[in-house]
Design a binder for this molecule. Structure first.
Ligand SMILES: Cc1ncc(COP(=O)(O)O)c(C=O)c1O
Length: 353
């Protein structure tokens, strides 16, 4: 089967480029302190997670409990939920899941920690915890060293939970276009996290793991860092948002194949809109074609400006954001040049619970 045989829009990934991207990341981290714990949110496909582990990843990061359940079912035995889990029914399930794998979760609230400890005690399981420090993203995480210390101490006191380290993710720098702001911001965060680790040590608390970093900052961590785990996800596929950053370390491995369904001399339209190409981080673009402007609707994307496309032509579109685009598909086709060589079910798509 060839790419041109696929009914569009269809999600395809070049498996040789994926392997190259993974090798590049492993090469960057070779001999460096941090290990790769790649983010599952990018591909949501257990087989891809298992392949990452076979190629040197030390565990998998995910966002949600339902993703962690899929990973554990597939045989992944070291899982980090890089998020807070607070709903009582989910905390109970998480405590059950912790019986069949090493499970770590992020926390930033004392009541949540007590709730996790009680649930894990009930199940006779153990839940590892990273306390999250807000390092500029202003999402989750505590803001002060004092608050951090109180939570770490509580984790050391309560049964069936442990303080395992620091979650410090600077999503605000991941897509920072200005290279020097990205470099300087990353250095400032390193200094802040180092000061925190020192502060805790002086009070008798050891931080074994420091976890975070994205595709946009992982290369900075390879040189010198306090981090022990890199959570980057997108590097495996790449997308327009990272391509526009000028991040040339990794190649674009992911496309959505689309068909031109309408055209005149000044514009043309493809059969994919926001339901097939999520533009939350950046606009998608046709590989090798520069439109003057574009517009995206629910099921259409419109390209304006001179072109040679005609109705029925197939085009390869680079998603604006790979992670949210993959989440729109049931399956991903692996390709080798123009051939479709395999097809995997995206088991965890839509799993946001
Ligand atoms: C907690 C966390 N870690 C890591 C990442 C890095 O992902 P990426 O490399 O895809 O930018 C993200 C991205 O949203 C994240 O939320």
């Amino acid at each position: 089967m060839y790419i041109t045989d696929l009914e569009t829009p269809a999600l395809i990934a070049d498996r040789n480029k994926m392997q190259k991207n993974l090798n590049t990341m492993m090469g960057l981290l070779e001999g460096a302190k941090p290990k790769l714990r790649p983010h599952y949110k990018t591909h949501k496909t257990p087989q891809i997670a298992l392949w990452q582990l076979k190629n040197g990843a030390i565990g998998i990061t995910c966002s949600k409990l339902s993703e962690a359940e899929d990973l554990a079912s597939a045989g992944v035995n070291d899982i980090l939920i890089a998020n807070q889990v607070v709903q009582p029914s989910k905390v109970a399930k998480m405590a059950q899941l912790a019986k069949c794998c090493k499970l770590t979760v992020c926390v930033d609230n004392a009541d949540n920690i007590r709730q996790i400890s009680t649930a894990a005690k009930f199940e006779d399981s153990h839940i590892h915890c990273y306390v999250e420090l807000n390092i500029g993203m202003d999402r989750c995480g505590v803001n002060t060293f004092e608050e951090f210390y109180e939570l770490a101490k509580l984790l050391e006191e309560l049964p069936n939970v442990s303080y395992d380290g620091v979650q410090a993710y600077a999503g605000n720098l991941a897509h920072e276009y200005d290279q020097s702001s990205r470099v300087n911001g990353t250095a400032d965060n390193e200094a802040r996290v180092s000061a925190l680790v020192e502060y805790l040590k002086e009070r008798g608390i050891e931080s074994r793991e420091i976890s975070g970093a994205s595709t946009g900052t992982a290369y900075l961590k390879a040189k010198s860092t306090i981090y022990t785990e890199i959570q980057a996800g997108s590097f495996i596929f790449m997308d327009m948002s990272y391509k526009r950053l000028g991040l040339n370390l990794f190649e674009n491995a992911l496309h959505v194949v689309c068909t031109v369904i309408s055209a005149d001399e000044n514009h043309f339209v493809i059969d994919a809109g926001v339901k097939s190409l999520c533009p939350d981080q950046d606009m998608p673009a046709i590989d090798g074609f520069n439109a003057e402007t574009t517009k995206i609707n629910e099921e259409h994307m419109i390209f304006y400006g001179p072109h040679n496309y005609k109705v029925g032509d197939m085009v390869k579109v680079i998603p604006g954001h790979c992670c949210s685009t993959v989440n729109l598909y049931n399956q991903i086709h692996f390709t080798d040049e123009d051939k479709v060589v395999d097809r995997l079910v995206i088991t965890s798509r839509g799993k946001s619970q």
